[in-house]
Design a protein around this ligand. Structure first.
Ligand code: URP
Ligand code: ZN
Ligand code: ZN
Length: 455
């Protein structure tokens, strides 16, 4: 007897779509076949729907202190909003505090998430130093199931910047032990110096924000990191790539055989720098900043030719009141934009409906590649026998207009308000349990499990 049988849906596999029934037992996919007639406790008729693998959002900042403010969400509201958007796994950050043992930071973050998350999750270890203690712990942390280590090349004033010799040291030890290094790539000197000059002239207004972190800041940094990865023969992951020149550098490095993985985010694929000229432009302060239409096209091309492997949300959930002071001084607020709930539905709209990109390709960026790259593809990222039964049932014809309040994130605005999307999530299953049905939520606090990465 099955626990659940999903019948008549058009299943999105890795390379094709096919009308196939799915049998589920104990939270796992146990059978796939046409016209299955097997006794089941529950039967779900998915006629007219796509059945997609649950999304894995590999870059989120839920319950996050951004320097001047804490995000609006916690791990219950954040993971619940993720579920409404078809995300069944997220990977957040365990940020090391000054002088803190990285393992303590990881334990602290797991304790913060586990009572609340309604979906499965994993963590990146965010390191802020390269002391002997940190270096010694890296092999153990990888062994214990966290293989990705994040660091900043900027935010020196806030104590986050890792200096270049230390990046080299960390890259080597992380890679030698089977993990990889994730880097927020912006040249600190460009960002800090240009920002100081604007501040000196009382010009650090939102309208001038993109000029304070220009393309060259990202491009120089990516090029430097690629050199370090080459020198140390290390695996490198570049988060939130935004520039055409950055994509070109990564494409070339991959051609030369470097093990470099790159990600972009939903907002960089749609919004451009003209947002900073809007009356409410303060809402769009994030780092790196929004770029030009030329950059947007280059990011899409990078995704299509495999230069970029993943689209994430970089979810950072602030409301208008936390952002509005940026109008007169963008240094007074915490950067970041929310998007955990729109990652799948809005990317589907942009890619499938507006650019004619196959849905299988979209799920490569949202499920297949994230699972593979972050070492959870033995359980997640595809619809196959033995995998966790994480699914989205999606009606590709239903229409909806995005508004400031028709979402479940805690922020009071939507950066895509007014955009019409065709296609609507009807149901979401996490390990075989129905957690979302239309606008009703059936998930449970604390049901999400911590996932160890396995490389
Ligand atoms: O502005 C952003 N992206 N805030 C979140 C933290 C980060 O740098 O990814
Ligand atoms: Zn970043
Ligand atoms: Zn981020």
């Amino acid at each position: 007897m099955l626990d659940l049988l999903i019948k008549n849906g058009k299943v999105v596999f890795q390379d094709c779509m096919k009308k196939v029934d799915i049998g589920i037992e104990n939270g796992k996919i146990v059978s796939l076949g046409e016209h299955m007639d097997v006794p089941s406790i529950k039967v779900e008729n998915a006629e007219g729907h796509f059945v997609l693998p649950g999304v894995i959002d590999v870059h989120t900042h839920i319950d996050h202190w951004g320097g001047t403010a804490k995000t609006e969400d916690d791990f219950y509201t954040g993971s619940k909003a993720a579920a409404y958007g078809g995300t069944t796994t997220f990977i957040d950050f365990a940020i090391q505090q000054k002088g803190e043992n990285v393992k303590t930071a990881i334990q602290r973050r797991i304790e913060q998430i586990s009572p609340y998350s309604v979906i499965d999750y994993s963590l990146h270890a965010h390191v802020i130093d390269s002391t002997d203690e940190t270096i010694t712990l890296i092999p153990e942390i990888i062994q214990d199931g966290i293989g990705s280590f994040k660091m900043f090349t900027t935010y020196k004033a806030a104590g986050f910047k890792i200096e270049d010799p230390d990046i080299l040291k960390l890259l080597t030890v992380i890679s030698d032990n089977g993990g990889f290094t994730m880097v927020h790539a912006e040249n600190d000197s460009f960002c800090e110096e240009l920002t100081s000059r604007l501040l000196e002239n009382n010009n650090a207004t939102v309208k001038n924000y993109s000029g304070s972190r220009p393309n060259i800041a990202e491009v120089e940094c990516i090029s430097r990191l690629l050199l370090y990865a080459k020198q140390t023969n290390s695996k490198l992951y570049i988060v939130h790539v935004t520039t055409a020149e950055g994509v070109d550098l990564i494409r070339q490095a991959k051609k030369e055989g470097l093990e470099v993985i790159a990600e972009t985010c939903l907002h960089y694929l749609f919004l451009d720098e003209s947002s900073y000229q809007r009356e409410d432009g303060y809402k769009f302060i994030m780092a790196p900043p929004l770029r030009t239409q030329k950059d947007i096209e280059a990011l899409w091309n990078g995704l299509l030719d495999g230069t970029l492997s993943i689209v994430s949300s970089d979810h950072c959930d602030y409301s208008t009141d936390k952002k509005i002071t940026a109008k007169v001084d963008f240094t007074k607020i915490s950067p970041g934009l929310h998007g955990i709930e729109w990652l799948f539905p809005f990317l589907y709209e942009l890619a499938v409906n507006r650019r004619n990109i196959p849905v299988t390709k979209v799920m490569e960026w949202l499920s297949k590649n994230p699972a593979k790259i972050f070492g959870i593809d033995h359980r997640k990222g595809k619809i196959e026998i033995g995998m966790d039964a994480d699914f989205i049932l999606f009606d590709p014809s239903a229409q909806k207009i995005l508004t400031d309040d028709n979402h479940h994130m805690s922020s009071d605005f939507c950066p895509y308000a007014g955009e019409q999307v065709t296609g609507k999530i009807q149901k979401v299953f996490s390990r075989g349990h129905l957690i979302v049905s239309d606008d009703s939520f059936f998930g449970e606090k604390g049901k999400g499990n911590f996932l160890k990465t396995r490389f």
